[in-house]
Design a protein around this ligand. Structure first.
Ligand SMILES: *[C@@H]1O[C@H](CO)[C@@H](O)[C@H](O)[C@H]1NC(C)=O
Ligand SMILES: *[C@@H]1O[C@H](CO)[C@@H](O)[C@H](O)[C@H]1NC(C)=O
Ligand SMILES: *[C@@H]1O[C@H](CO)[C@@H](O)[C@H](O)[C@H]1NC(C)=O
Ligand SMILES: *[C@@H]1O[C@H](CO)[C@@H](O)[C@H](O)[C@H]1NC(C)=O
Ligand SMILES: *[C@@H]1O[C@H](CO)[C@@H](O)[C@H](O)[C@H]1NC(C)=O
Ligand SMILES: *[C@@H]1O[C@H](CO)[C@@H](O)[C@H](O)[C@H]1NC(C)=O
Ligand SMILES: *[C@@H]1O[C@H](CO)[C@@H](O)[C@H](O)[C@H]1NC(C)=O
Ligand SMILES: *[C@@H]1O[C@H](CO)[C@@H](O)[C@H](O)[C@H]1NC(C)=O
Ligand SMILES: *[C@@H]1O[C@H](CO)[C@@H](O)[C@H](O)[C@H]1NC(C)=O
Ligand SMILES: *[C@@H]1O[C@H](CO)[C@@H](O)[C@H](O)[C@H]1NC(C)=O
Ligand SMILES: *[C@@H]1O[C@H](CO)[C@@H](O)[C@H](O)[C@H]1NC(C)=O
Ligand SMILES: *[C@@H]1O[C@H](CO)[C@@H](O)[C@H](O)[C@H]1NC(C)=O
Length: 663
């Protein structure tokens, strides 16, 4: 989220200079010491660690390269090397196909690489099946057309895939909060054979400025092919160098990034955690093999995340390597329970459509804080690292979320009866400590209260439903279109949504939220002011009574809608204090009435006569979550609105105005 100073009139322009300093007023200092930078030198050899996982002949090439660098002669590959070094002594050889060539680069420098004809014409790697199905909505990399390519000496052009990831970048050493990302590297790929004149002063080349630490270029190559990576000079406020991973392959891109689609959705947050899910990994039904294969996988994807105040990733969001070196939080396939990483992951079918998804439960977060996270795929999904086609991994575009300010909403999922519930519910953290994933006793006890309440109430409904002629011929049924199965499903969804309210910070001023328990004490012991509590509140704008009568003389304190929870076990067993409720969607109630026999006597409140305090309306634009339904996720747009960027233009404008006022 790069920060730019607001545009000012000439009169105000004298304040521009102090704009960066102004940011200090409201924002947190960024630490001057960044330990990552110190690792840069060691990282040059980092790629070699992965070699053991790849093909053995990589070792040979690395050794070869080291011998070359040490000036030691070796008979092997003599011809190949002489070709390279007579053409351009300054060029470094690309080690192998599908191999991360890792190097540090200083500001203003250019490194020239050569991808030899020997590598170009070497046999291509046969690809296996990979994931059970293609990732939908995904701008997937087209794998190389192996069959079109022919080997040695044919001289026919072959498609090569050049990709780069920034792994480390210059760090902010300016004064105040980092207000921009460091400048990006540039990738140059020659457009004809043997052209070593590549780079900022070169010709006949394709160039791409890296975006978020990532770039990819694909060209038709033959013979020796030159590639350059160039570092810009540093802009004010930054110091240090870059470290990058450059890979060339005639099979497919080694690194990938989807810069537009997040493939990851926020379900909800609480004070210390966030719950996220991928999109549907297949649209096939639960009986299909593909569905079963997805569910058989443990954790095909991982995720990375960072507090937005941690600016280490600013400028490297599209780089898998960047995230692995700099992410504050990293999910690990070796630790799916999240004991070490704090991110628990697993395959689920919860949510609309009940399709396979991967879920991420991110814990140990700070309250009232904004985070950025990305979904990532290690390697090509089955293998990763050097020697693997697509071994450099893939990242999708970032998703943002903000944790809740108050501790009296607790994320709850994994319920036994209301198994589709996955959102924050009213809680009292001094009674049920749910602040960490390890604290299972607290959340289990809270879960039991809600589970028991809904199970018991469903039993009563079940007894009633059994009195209705459900399983008779269609003329005798209560409806020709609805069955008792429909009624039971509608009842369950409605019961879960109304019995387990969706909890939001009391301080959230969104108009569609309903305040509850206003007269009770907050978890910290404080209370709302008596001025607010005694202010008039009209829950039913169309009540059939005249003004001045009880319906029109209520206060926040005296109204049941604002001074209690919608179900009494919450106030007796949990005592969460004041909170706001994201009301169940009114269509859940209408669906119940339409699906069930009239004999059961279900009805919904009327507009102006209680509907507003009990049910919410869906956002007509479909972009925000304005009422609660089971399986709801924040979509990409709504997810962004949850996120309050640190460098918000309005904040800066307010600060400028403040200073103008003082001046
Ligand atoms: C990189 O640039 C520095 C100065 O910024 C220079 O001293 C150094 O020789 C350059 N390195 C290469 C390999 O060109
Ligand atoms: C991943 O790479 C390995 C090794 O190169 C290969 O066997 C496998 O087929 C690849 N998987 C996909 C989905 O490309
Ligand atoms: C680069 O990668 C992106 C996403 O991985 C892809 O959409 C795009 O087509 C690639 N660019 C080229 C030149 O192949
Ligand atoms: C930041 O780094 C640059 C380059 O190393 C240096 O010239 C400058 O003095 C540093 N600024 C601060 C405030 O340390
Ligand atoms: C899923 O895993 C089970 C147990 O390992 C296995 O029996 C079954 O065949 C797998 N199903 C599919 C579709 O791969
Ligand atoms: C998953 O699929 C269902 C329908 O099968 C759809 O309603 C839902 O929106 C999809 N979820 C996502 C996150 O794409
Ligand atoms: C939580 O806040 C502390 C203090 O500001 C900070 O050092 C830490 O990195 C933050 N942790 C997370 C996960 O945001
Ligand atoms: C207690 O918590 C409420 C809600 O988070 C907050 O508005 C209030 O300022 C807090 N009071 C004190 C004394 O910390
Ligand atoms: C949720 O349930 C799954 C499967 O039963 C279990 O693996 C996971 O640990 C549970 N997660 C939490 C946070 O309780
Ligand atoms: C379960 O809920 C019912 C109805 O609310 C209540 O009567 C019963 O005591 C609860 N059971 C337990 C074990 O709490
Ligand atoms: C109602 O209860 C009976 C007996 O416990 C059970 O067989 C039936 O499936 C239940 N009906 C519904 C709709 O859950
Ligand atoms: C829906 O869109 C309209 C017009 O863009 C806007 O005025 C309104 O605030 C939006 N509603 C919600 C709930 O976002």
């Amino acid at each position: 989220m790069p920060f730019t100073c607001p545009k000012l009139t000439p009169l105000q322009s004298r304040f521009v200079a102090s704009c960066a300093a102004l940011v200090l007023l409201g924002l947190v200092y960024w630490s001057l010491s960044n330990p990552h930078f110190a690792y840069a030198a060691e990282l040059s050899y980092d790629g070699f660690e992965g070699v053991g996982k790849g093909e053995d002949h990589n070792w040979h090439r690395i050794e070869q390269q080291r011998l070359d660098e040490d000036g030691v002669d070796d008979d092997d590959d003599r011809v190949e090397r002489s070709q390279i070094f007579t053409r351009a002594t300054a060029a470094t050889a690309i080690s192998d196909n599908n191999y991360p060539n890792n190097l540090n680069i200083q500001p203003g420098n250019t490194t020239v690489w050569v991808y030899s004809n020997a590598l170009l014409t070497s046999p291509s790697t046969q690809l296996g099946p990979g994931l059970p199905s293609k990732l939908n909505k995904d701008h997937d990399v087209e794998y190389g057309h192996n069959e079109l390519r022919r080997r040695q000496d044919s001289g026919e052009p072959i498609t090569i895939y050049v990709s780069i990831n920034t792994c480390l970048q210059p760090v902010w050493n300016g004064t105040g909060v980092q207000d921009a990302e460091p400048p990006q590297l540039s990738l140059y790929v020659s457009s004809n054979a043997g052209n070593s004149e590549v780079g900022p002063t070169g010709q006949n080349q394709v160039v791409q400025l890296l975006s978020g630490g990532f770039a990819n270029i694909s060209v038709q190559a033959s013979g020796d092919w030159y590639i350059a990576v160039s570092a810009p000079t540093l802009t004010t406020g930054f110091a240090g160098e870059w470290n990058y991973e450059l890979a060339v392959s005639h099979d497919a891109y080694y690194h990938s990034a989807d810069e537009t689609y997040p493939k990851l959705f926020l379900v909800d947050t609480d004070h210390t955690s966030a719950l996220l899910v991928t999109d549907n990994l297949t649209e096939q039904g639960s009986g299909s093999t593909v569905f079963q294969q997805w569910m058989n996988l443990s954790t095909p994807f991982i995720m990375f995340a960072a507090n937005v105040e941690n600016t280490a990733m600013l400028g490297m969001q599209n780089s898998y390597c960047g995230w692995t070196k700099n992410a504050q939080l990293t999910a690990s396939q070796d630790d799916p329970g999240g004991d070490q990483s704090g991110i628990e992951m697993g395959m689920i079918t919860r949510g609309l459509g009940n399709k396979p998804k991967e879920q991420f439960y991110v814990t140990n977060l700070n309250g009232s804080s904004s985070y950025e996270g990305v979904l990532a795929m290690p390697g090509n999904s089955t293998k990763s690292g050097a020697g693997v086609v697509g071994g450099g991994g893939k990242v999708w575009s970032p998703v943002h979320w903000r944790t809740k300010a108050d501790a009296n909403c607790a994320l709850m999922f994994n319920l036994t009866f209301c198994d589709e519930v996955a959102y924050a519910v009213p809680n009292n953290p001094s009674k049920f400590n749910t602040t960490s994933a390890a604290n299972d006793a607290g959340i289990d006890a809270l879960r039991f209260i809600y589970d028991n309440y809904t199970t018991v109430n469903y039993q009563f409904f079940n007894y009633s439903l059994q009195q209705i002629a459900c399983h008779t011929t269609s003329d005798a049924r209560y409806s020709t279109v609805k069955t008792c199965t429909d009624c039971a499903a509608a009842y369950k969804e409605w019961l879960c949504a109304v019995s387990i309210p969706r909890c939001v910070d009391f301080s959230d001023s969104s108009s569609y939220l309903q305040a509850r328990n206003m007269g009770q004490t907050f978890v910290n012991g404080s209370m709302l002011s008596s001025d607010l509590l005694n202010a008039p509140y009209t829950p039913m704008s169309r009540a059939p009574t005249l003004e001045g009568t009880p319906a029109y003389s209520q206060t926040y304190l005296s109204s049941i809608a604002t001074n209690s929870s919608r179900n009494s076990i919450i106030d007796t067993l949990i005592e969460p204090g004041p909170y706001k409720e994201l009301l169940p969607c009114e269509d859940l109630c209408y669906s119940l009435v339409q699906s069930c026999p009239a004999a059961l006597g279900f009805g919904c409140p009327h507009p102006g006569r209680g509907l507003e305090a009990g049910y919410g309306k869906r956002d007509p634009n479909g972009t925000s979550l304005t009422c609660s339904y089971l399986g709801a996720v924040y979509d990409f747009n709504a997810g962004s609105t949850v996120f309050a960027p640190v460098f918000e233009a309005a904040t800066i404008a307010a600060l400028v105005a403040l200073v103008l006022g003082l001046a």
